[in-house]
Design a protein. Structure first.
Length: 421
């Protein structure tokens, strides 16, 4: 039996660095389908006669899909392998983008739902694959992952209005199906060759880890560690809260910042460029913040450093909107770094890839469910009050709560191993 296992291990080929790096190409598809919508909301609303409250739902539907799908992702990943599940999500994403753009009024909402489901799968699995493929450089890999996400997100925001001005808003949204198809084509060989090896490796690692843990317990005379459901662990809820709060500020600004700036006198192109700056600076924030997470015993400094800029940004937009480019730079740093801190907390607080997937599913499910309220609430308040002051004041309060949660979750709060699903 051991000889056959050893032979099987020898047949498993380790992925090359180029193959490993493909996960960052997958990451570039996780935001453009969302961030390209915000700058186009005035055109979409005018064309389809939709007010701010209804348009807010267009940004919320994908987030609701995140909340519903995220906790279920580990089932197909365990059955078919993470690589094959990611491939399916890329194809589904392309289909959803096309339906949203050219499916008529009903297709706008149906396509948005499909887009949300597809991105939810990638949101959960890509950080898990990054952790698995880069175990010795987790924080840096998360920074590169965040940079990939933010570069694509900011590019989509900057290109949305210029492309729409020449080809219409529908093509501007549909364009982002192209990179999804291209990356799916590149990812296919990895999905075809890696999934069986991945399942085998997961099983052997789980068994060997379990045997090692059991041996250590027996040697030390301790009882096996109790397995506690994820939802009963306070640390899991703190990680979820941080994920939800940083997601709320990101998606409210990604959805409504261009509209807010237009009401303050900016042109649509200028507003889109501000959103571009906000998101492109997030690349730098995501790459710099891992320097504050080198000490595994605490991520408090990183969480505080990532949270304070969001408070400054919201206050700045309310007090001096004419300096929007400055607030976009500060907010971009806070948004990008907060995203990396949230993902890193998921990795630092979980023990195994299986626990990482489950904690990621929980954090993104409840976190995005909370974040889904943000764009709708902001649009509703703006519509009812005739201004954006109430909406952005509420967002500033949430940014302060994020700071508090960051202080609480920052110290190393190792979770207990979760029960197998």
């Amino acid at each position: 039996m051991s000889e056959s296992v050893g032979a099987e291990r020898r047949r498993v080929k380790l992925p090359t660095p180029i193959v490993l790096a493909l996960i960052f190409l997958v990451a570039i598809n996780l935001r453009p389908a969302l961030t390209s919508v915000g700058p186009l909301l005035p055109q979409i609303g005018s064309d389809l006669s939709l007010d701010e409250g209804v348009l807010g739902f267009l940004g919320t539907i994908p987030l609701l899909a995140f909340a519903l799908i995220s906790p279920l992702v580990h089932h197909p990943a365990r059955r078919f392998g993470m690589e094959r599940t990611v491939l399916a999500s890329l194809v589904l994403l392309a289909v959803g983008i096309v339906i949203r753009s050219y499916g008529g009024s009903a297709g706008l909402w149906v396509g948005a739902s499909i887009v949300g489901c597809a991105i939810a799968i990638g949101n959960v699995l890509t950080p898990t694959i990054v952790k698995r493929d880069y175990p010795a450089h987790g924080a840096l890999a998360m920074g590169i992952y965040s940079a990939s996400v933010n570069i694509a997100a900011s590019s989509a925001a900057a290109l949305a209005v210029p492309v729409a001005n020449t080809s219409g808003w529908r093509f501007s949204l549909a364009f982002w199906a192209i990179p999804a198809i291209v990356v799916a084509f590149l990812w296919f060989p990895r999905a075809r060759s890696s999934a069986p090896a991945q399942r085998f490796t997961s099983i052997t690692l789980d068994n060997s880890s379990a045997s090692s843990a059991a041996g250590q317990s027996a040697h030390m005379g301790d009882k096996p560690a109790a397995q506690v459901p994820l939802w009963k662990q306070p640390t899991a809820w703190l990680v979820t809260a941080f994920m939800g709060l940083q997601s709320t500020t990101f998606y409210v600004l990604a959805t409504w910042l261009p509209t807010f700036l237009i009401t303050e006198g900016a042109t649509p192109a200028q507003a889109g460029m501000n959103l571009f700056v906000y998101q492109i600076v997030g690349v730098g924030g995501g790459l710099l913040i891992p320097a504050l997470m080198r000490r595994p015993h605490s991520q408090t400094v990183a969480a505080i450093t990532a949270s304070i800029p969001m408070i400054v940004t919201i206050c700045g937009l309310l007090i001096a909107p004419s300096l929007s480019i400055l607030w976009a730079i500060i907010g971009g740093f806070g948004s990008g770094s907060s995203f990396v801190v949230a993902l890193s907390l998921i990795n630092f607080r979980s023990h195994t890839p299986q626990d990482t997937t489950k904690l990621s599913g929980m954090a993104q499910s409840y976190g995005y469910l909370f974040a889904a309220i943000g764009p709708v609430a902001a649009g509703f308040l703006a519509e009812r009050t005739g201004a954006w002051t109430a909406s952005f004041t509420l967002l500033g309060i949430l940014a302060c709560v994020q700071l508090l949660v960051g202080i609480l979750v920052g110290p190393n709060r190792s979770m207990q191993q979760t029960q197998p699903a």
